[in-house]
Design a protein around this ligand. Structure first.
Ligand code: AMP
Length: 187
């Protein structure tokens, strides 16, 4: 299974992706997590990514694509993966297609978690209080939602046109959302 999980910041992507990947036995590849690990480790990639992340902006496509290309060539990703937070721009969609196409691979399904935006802002601010993520302050959260709307939301139409998109209601209890996701994948 080669899957993408999309949805605005705070939609519960990270939580659901981890549960789903465990269930399907494929690696959960979150570009946000990889960037945060690099920031924490003080690598050159982390230093570069941090200034974009702290502003709520996207890390440049060239940097992000190189990082994902590297991750997808690792052995554990050969039989499948669940991508969380990538692709987020049209250039990344094209790049992912060519990375997979080179190996005769393609995506099986793209899932969009849909949520109520006011609810999402509340969730993110709660996470900020609990986890202290530096990009969860109210201004940055609003910027991240704006960037998502401008640059990433249009991607769902692209995947819909390819017949890959499934929309799942991301509101409600974590277990209920997971059950909806698993049911959709069984179809
Ligand atoms: P996330 O944890 O997925 O919300 O990602 C946190 C931050 O990492 C984002 O706000 C971006 O600054 C950066 N990031 C994650 N994935 C990407 C991507 N595919 N393209 C560009 N920037 C990204």
């Amino acid at each position: 299974m080669r899957l993408l999980l999309m949805g605005p910041p705070g939609a519960g992507k990270g939580t659901q992706a981890a549960l789903l990947a465990g269930h399907l036995g494929v690696p959960h590849i979150s570009t946000g997590d990889i960037f945060r690990a690099n920031v924490a480790g003080g690598s050159p990639l982390g230093l570069e990514a941090k200034r974009y992340m702290d502003a709520g902006d996207y890390v440049p496509d060239s940097v992000t694509n190189d990082m994902v290309r590297d991750r997808l060539t690792q052995t554990d990703a050969q039989a499948g993966f669940l991508l969380d937070g990538y692709p987020r721009t049209l250039a990344q969609v094209d790049e992912l297609d060519s990375m997979l196409g080179r190996n005769g691979q393609a995506l099986d399904r793209v899932i969009e978690l849909t949520v109520d935006v006011d609810e999402v802002v509340g969730r993110l601010l709660k996470r900020s209080a609990e986890q202290g993520r530096s990009d969860d302050t109210e201004d940055v959260v609003r910027r991240r939602l704006e960037v998502y709307g401008e640059q990433t939301a249009p991607l769902t139409a692209v995947y819909d046109a390819k017949g890959l998109l499934v929309r799942i209601d991301g509101m409600g209890e974590v277990a209920d959302v997971t059950a909806r996701l698993l049911a959709a994948l069984d179809d």
